[in-house]
Design a protein around this ligand. Structure first.
Ligand code: MTE
Ligand code: MO
Length: 527
C-alpha cells in the first residue's frame, strides 16, 4: 500500500478547504499589517483604502455620477463591500490554484500587493514613506501564504494515511500545528487591523473640532423672516440642519485635519505668496452669510441641494493680501486629499460675489465631512467648481496650466448654477383626494434671484405660486399653491422665472456637462 510519504512530491495536494483557507489568511494578514503600518505613515495609505480610492478616481465619470445619484451617500460603503468581495474571491482563487505548489498563489498575492503599492504611489497627497504600508502588506501576505502552504504540505506528507485520504484533513500533531498557525495568523491580522484603525484615527479631527469653541461673527445675519419657508405646508426648512445637509465628495475616508496642522497657501500668479493658519483666520472679524449649495449632478427634482448659514471670512480680503495678478484666469484649489477644483478668478475676486473661506456652518465649526477646518463657499457656482472642502492651497493660474478633477472627466470649465424648481409635496406617485390639492416646493437661482414660480396641471394654464420671502438672492426660496385637481391621473409641473428674466426651459438635459434642465413634475392620482 502506498502512503503519502511514498508519493512523489508533485502529487501531494492540499485539500480544497485548506488551500482556500491559506488564501484567505494571507489576504487577512496583508490587509491587517497594511492597515497597522498605515496608521503611522498616513491613514489613506492603507492598501484597501488606497485601492478603493484609486477605483473612485479612475472610474468613468458616468459610473461615478451614476453611483452618486442612485446610491447617494451609500456609494462609498457599496464600493468598499464590492472591493472586499473581489479581494475575497481572488484570495480563494489564489488558494485553489496552489493546491500542489504555492507558485500561482504567490504570483497572485504579489500582483495584489503591487496593485496596493501602485495605488499609494499614484496619490499626490501621500509622501514616499507612505509606501511602507502597502510594501509591508505585500511582505506579510507573501510570508503568510508561503509558510502556511509549506506547513500544510509537510503536514500532508507527514500523515501516514492511505492514498485515498491524501486530500482529506490530516491527523495528529502536524494538523494541530497547522491549525495553531492559522488561528495565530487570523488573530494577529485582526489585532493589527484594530490597532491600526484605533491608532490611525485617534489623532482625528473630531476632538480638534470640539476644541474650537464658539464662532461668533462680527457681523451676524439678520434673523429669518417667519415666511422664509413653508415647512408647515410641505417645503423643506429654509436652513438645512447640518446632519441633513447633502454630502458629495470623492473621499472614501473623510480627511482628518486638526486645526494646528491646517494652513492655507495662496500662491501662483500673485505679488506675494501668503499662508494663513487657522488662528489667523479665526482671529479675523468673521462674517456670516446664507448660501445654498447645489451639486451639478443633481437631476431635475433631485435632492443634492441644501442651505446653510456659513461663518468665515471674505475670500476677496485674503486674495487682496496676496495681490492676484491681472493675467490670472483660474483659482485652482487643492484639498488635503488631492481633490482639485477650478474657479474663474474674477468670480473669486469679486467683492460683490461674497465668496468665503468658511470655518463654520449653522453656528458650529464645520462638520468634518463638510470640510473641517476650512472650505470654500461661492454663491452661484456648482460645488465642483467652487466648494473645495479641506482646502489647503489656492493657486492662481491660467486655464490651460492646470486641469481640475472633474474637468478631465467630461464636466464643463464654467458651471454657474442653473435656475431650477422642484415639487417637494406631494412626492412620487401620490394618491390625493380630488378637489383642492396643495403643492409645495423649492426654487433656486443663486446669485440671480427668483421672480416667479408657476405651476400647471397637465397641459392647462400656468398659475402663479406664492413665494416665500427672499432672504438673499444667494439662497433658495420656497413656494406653495392650491390647485383644483379633478378625479383621475394628472401631472403637475413647475417652472421658475429668475430675476434675470429667464424662464426654465422644458427641454430635459442630463447633468453632464454643466447641470440638468427641464421642468419637474409629479403624478397625482386623484380619487
Ligand atoms: N475635497 C473635496 N471638496 C469637494 C468635493 C470633493 O470631492 N472633494 N466635491 C465638491 C462637490 S462636487 C460638491 S457638490 C460640494 C458638496 O459639498 P457638501 O458635501 O458640503 O454638500 O463639495 C465640493 N467640494
Ligand atoms: Mo457636486
Amino acid at each position: 500500500m502506498s502512503t503519502l510519504q511514498d508519493a512523489p512530491p508533485e502529487t501531494r495536494r492540499l485539500s480544497l478547504p485548506v488551500a482556500t483557507l491559506i488564501g484567505l489568511l494571507a489576504l487577512a494578514a496583508a490587509l491587517g499589517v497594511g492597515h497597522l503600518v498605515a496608521a503611522f505613515v498616513g491613514y489613506t495609505a492603507s492598501p484597501f483604502i488606497a485601492v478603493a480610492n484609486y477605483v473612485v478616481d479612475h472610474s468613468p465619470t458616468a459610473v461615478v455620477k451614476w453611483a452618486e445619484r442612485t446610491l447617494g451617500t451609500w456609494d462609498k460603503p457599496v464600493l468598499k463591500i464590492g472591493l472586499a468581495v473581489v479581494l475575497v474571491l481572488l484570495a480563494l482563487l489564489a488558494g485553489q490554484l496552489s493546491r500542489r505548489t504555492p507558485r500561482a498563489g504567490q504570483v497572485l498575492v504579489f500582483v495584489l500587493g503591487a496593485a496596493g503599492i501602485a495605488a499609494v504611489y499614484a496619490r499626490s497627497d501621500l509622501g514616499q514613506v507612505s509606501l511602507l504600508a502597502p510594501v509591508a502588506a505585500l511582505v506579510a501576505g507573501l510570508a503568510v501564504f508561503t509558510s502556511l502552504h509549506r506547513l500544510a504540505l509537510s503536514r500532508e506528507s507527514a500523515d501516514q494515511g492511505p492514498e485515498l485520504s491524501r486530500e482529506s484533513s490530516g491527523s495528529g500533531a502536524s494538523r494541530r500545528k497547522f491549525l495553531r498557525a492559522g488561528v495565530g495568523v487570523a488573530a494577529g491580522s485582526g489585532l493589527a487591523a484594530v490597532v491600526g484603525q484605533v491608532a490611525g484615527t485617534s489623532s482625528n479631527a473630531e476632538d480638534s473640532r470640539a476644541a474650537v469653541g464658539p464662532l461668533v461673527p462680527a457681523r451676524t445675519v439678520p434673523p429669518l423672516p417667519a415666511d422664509a419657508d413653508f415647512a408647515k405646508l410641505g417645503s423643506p426648512p429654509f436652513i438645512t440642519p447640518n446632519a441633513d445637509f447633502y454630502r458629495i465628495d470623492t473621499a472614501l475616508v473623510v480627511p482628518q485635519v486638526r486645526t494646528e496642522d491646517w494652513s492655507l497657501k495662496i500662491h501662483g500668479m500673485v505679488d506675494r505668496e501668503v499662508t494663513f493658519s487657522y488662528a489667523d483666520i479665526r482671529n479675523r472679524p468673521l462674517v456670516e452669510r446664507r448660501v445654498t449649495l447645489t451639486c451639478v449632478s443633481n437631476e431635475v427634482g433631485g435632492p443634492l441641494i441644501s442651505n446653510a448659514a456659513w461663518i468665515g471670512v471674505d475670500l476677496a480680503d485674503l486674495l487682496a493680501e496676496a495681490g492676484v495678478q491681472p493675467g490670472a484666469e483660474q483659482m485652482f484649489a487643492t484639498s488635503v486629499d488631492g481633490w482639485t477644483c477650478g474657479t474663474p478668478a474674477n468670480v473669486a475676486l469679486d467683492p460683490a460675489r461674497g465668496a468665503m473661506l468658511a470655518i463654520g456652518m449653522n453656528g458650529e465649526p464645520l462638520p468634518v465631512e463638510h470640510g473641517f477646518p476650512a472650505r470654500i463657499v461661492i454663491p452661484g457656482l456648482y460645488g465642483y467648481v467652487s466648494a473645495t472642502k479641506w482646502v489647503e492651497s489656492l493657486e492662481f493660474t491660467r486655464w490651460d496650466a492646470r486641469q481640475a478633477y472633474w474637468l478631465g472627466r467630461g464636466w464643463a470649465e464654467q458651471a454657474p448654477i442653473k435656475t431650477e424648481s422642484r415639487i417637494d409635496t406631494p412626492n412620487g406617485f401620490a394618491g390625493v383626494t380630488a378637489g383642492k390639492v396643495r403643492l409645495a416646493g423649492t426654487v433656486w437661482a443663486q446669485h440671480t434671484g427668483i421672480a416667479k414660480v408657476e405651476v400647471r396641471l397637465d397641459q392647462g394654464p400656468w398659475f402663479p405660486a406664492t413665494l416665500s420671502a427672499e432672504v438673499s438672492k444667494d439662497t433658495w426660496r420656497m413656494w406653495w399653491i392650491e390647485l383644483d385637481v379633478p378625479k383621475g391621473t394628472h401631472q403637475a409641473s413647475v417652472r421658475a422665472t429668475d430675476s434675470g428674466g429667464y424662464t426654465q426651459t422644458e427641454n430635459r438635459a442630463d447633468p453632464v456637462p454643466d447641470g440638468a434642465t427641464g421642468w419637474h413634475s409629479v403624478t397625482l392620482d386623484a380619487r
